[in-house]
Design a protein around this ligand. Structure first.
Ligand code: NI
Ligand code: MN
Length: 217
């Protein structure tokens, strides 16, 4: 499986299926590419209704025919625009196109619907995208139920965890590998990912990517 950080919280998972999560590209100063670079997708997953996560999700679904998997209230908006949808809510699991998506707790706010994280099972690998969240003991349930192979964890502070709580989140969720996201997009969420890596220490392998870079595992 290849994972690509597109910048901010936007990631691409490329296995037997092509999945985009939180594809905020238009207006994202850290984005590696614009939405025109996306030519095919099976699923688009949106963690919550904030512009820096919903982003280009609807146009990408319309262009590619991808199904959007997201919290009920966003799914209702997408359905009204004729987009194939799998609405769900926290605690639930959906299977779409052979991919399992579990929706988990996130401690944050959102426009329509609640904020969430997602755990995705694709090609025998388990991937946790925490969305935007503060540190929460609920992450221990992610460890107990899913023990992720790889996680995307926000570290940029102010709107999400900073490096200290993000390092604790790595311990709580029991992930083997972690890619920090949601930092250095804007000046107000500037942090040093190397300081995060140092905090995590031996708890997990920290993979620091530049927007546009991929990691295979
Ligand atoms: Ni947010
Ligand atoms: Mn955000």
């Amino acid at each position: 499986m290849d994972v690509t950080w597109l910048g901010h919280s936007a990631v691409k998972l490329q296995g037997s299926k092509t999945i985009y999560i939180d594809p905020f590209l238009t207006g994202n100063p850290a984005a590696c590419c614009g939405p025109e670079a996306i030519t095919g997708a099976d699923l688009v997953i949106v963690t919550h209704d904030h512009g820096d996560h919903l982003g280009d999700a609807f146009p990408i679904c319309k262009k590619t025919g991808a199904t959007i998997v997201t919290i009920h209230e966003i799914a209702v908006m997408a359905e009204a625009e004729g987009i194939p949808t799998e609405g769900m809510n926290i605690g639930g699991t959906v299977e779409s196109k052979g991919v399992l998506i579990h929706m988990v707790q996130a401690l944050h706010s959102a426009g329509k619907g609640d904020p969430a994280g997602v755990v995705i099972e694709l090609d025998g690998k388990t991937i946790y995208h925490a969305g935007d969240t503060g540190l929460t003991y609920d992450m221990k349930l992610v460890k107990e139920f899913f023990a992720p192979d790889l996680s995307f964890i926000p570290i940029g502070d102010r709107y999400t965890m900073g490096i200290n709580s993000a390092a604790k989140a790595v311990e709580f969720c029991g992930t083997k590998k972690v890619i920090p996201v949601h930092y250095n997009t804007f000046p107000i969420i500037t942090v040093d990912p190397e300081a995060f890596k140092a905090k995590v220490g031996d708890t997990a392998e920290v993979i620091i990517l530049k927007p546009g870079e991929s990691y295979s595992f």
